[in-house]
Design a protein around this ligand. Structure first.
Ligand code: SF4
Ligand code: SF4
Ligand code: SF4
Length: 383
């Protein structure tokens, strides 16, 4: 995503540490909705502290974001994602159209249940770059168990087929289709079937992430291992095999790939959000550095409880997005994350009893610590 980790020497000019505040957002992750028609066991939305009213992004918030795009010269893409189902927003297609009219690439993460034929045709016609659909199992019963509703797998696959067919009908190469899957003990089998499903629907990638446990019940469901683990190491590669598949969807023959996560804690860390210059904007317009810090919640890092507070640097209804992005506090935070100047609590012998670690702070004085972030490990991932 980015070439190499920044070091402090990159910032020293004439003996002084200098950081330029530029409106250089490359990707906006825009949460059109916090509502969802599914009820997945591993979804963070049931565990927000305090619970958040679930609803759609207002016209005002969307217009404030869209209105700032002309002042973001490095912007490459708006990705409609976050914690909710974007296609439940009654104006989702209209919003995509408005972004496309501004010349912005748009991609989308969806649970796939809302892709009827008109929606599939519209996504193709609007030139959406990529649609990534969550499919946590290719076995209908397992899928229903994970997603909290029965009978949805055929509907999700049908949505993917509809986009494939609409692309063929319109002789379009877009949107590229992707499947995203979250690995846990509950679904660690039959991954060959998922690769086959990806091939059948014409997907060009299968992105695999591990699960981030938000409850005590979920903490034993993880498959990745920590630094003190001495037993047999889990290997996601062995589940999926080394396989890819020919992607024959358009005029070009491509090769579909399985994109695997890291399966164990390592010492090297870098943030995909900050390194990629992404901004995460909630349905209410709050601007956060990443998905991990968008909402206050509990999570479990290798079985250890941690409370994470929301980190917002402003709201687009009060300040323009480019001003929030270039504010001193946000620039300082991103620079610190780029340097990754945090202690690694997971490696520390005190972590199980440390109050700093329990509140996502650290003994170096940071009120927000990225030290044991599993996104920065490549263990938890998003499209
Ligand atoms: S589909 Fe996504 S947003 Fe909806 S309940 Fe499942 S994890 Fe949560
Ligand atoms: S914050 Fe606590 S757990 Fe983390 S490195 Fe410092 S003492 Fe160790
Ligand atoms: S390292 Fe983790 S918590 Fe820190 S900004 Fe990146 S994703 Fe967010």
């Amino acid at each position: 995503m980015h070439s190499r980790q920044m070091t402090i020497s990159d910032l020293v000019r004439d003996g002084v540490v200098t950081v330029r505040a530029r409106p250089d957002i490359r990707r906006i992750c825009l949460e059109l909705s916090t509502a969802c028609n599914l009820n997945c066991a591993m979804c963070i939305r049931s565990h927000w502290l305090p619970p958040v009213d679930r609803g759609h992004m207002s016209e005002e918030v969307f217009s404030a974001v869209a209105g700032s795009i002309d002042r973001l010269p490095s912007l490459q893409e708006v990705h409609l994602g976050g914690f909710g189902e974007p296609l439940l927003h009654p104006r989702a297609l209209d919003f995509i159209d408005r972004l496309r009219c501004k010349g912005v690439e748009v991609s989308l993460s969806t649970n796939g249940t809302q892709i009827d034929e008109p929606t599939a045709r519209a996504l193709v016609k609007l030139g959406v770059l990529r649609v990534v659909v969550s499919v946590d199992s290719a076995k209908p019963e397992e899928f229903s168990q994970i997603r909290g509703q029965t009978g949805k797998l055929p509907r999700v696959l049908q949505g993917l087929f509809r986009i494939r067919d609409a692309k063929r009908a319109q002789r379009a190469g877009r949107p590229r289709l992707g499947i995203q899957t979250v690995l846990s003990r509950a679904n660690a089998s039959a991954k060959g079937a998922l690769v086959q499903a990806a091939r059948r629907v014409g997907a060009s990638s299968l992105l695999v992430s591990h699960m981030l446990p938000y409850t005590c019940d979920m903490k034993d469901q993880i498959l990745y291992t920590g630094p003190r683990h001495t037993g047999c190491q889990f290997s996601s590669a062995s589940l999926f095999g080394g396989s890819g598949w020919p992607d024959e969807g358009g005029d070009w023959l491509g090769w579909g790939i399985v994109d695997l996560p890291r399966d164990r804690w390592r010492t090297d860390r870098s943030c995909p959000f900050v390194g990629g210059k992404w901004a995460a904007i909630s349905a209410e317009g709050e601007v956060s550095p990443c998905y991990a810090l968008m909402y206050t919640h509990s999570e479990y890092i290798f079985g250890r409880h941690k409370r994470v507070e929301r980190l917002s640097f402003g709201n687009v209804l009060q300040d323009p997005l480019d001003s929030i992005w270039t504010s001193e506090e946000f620039v300082k935070f991103r620079t610190r994350v780029e340097l990754f100047d945090f202690p690694a609590c997971v490696d520390c012998e005190l972590c199980d009893s440390c109050d700093f670690a329990a509140f996502n702070q650290n003994c170096w004085g940071d009120e927000v610590s990225c030290g044991d972030c599993l996104w920065a490990q490549g263990i938890i991932r998003c499209p």
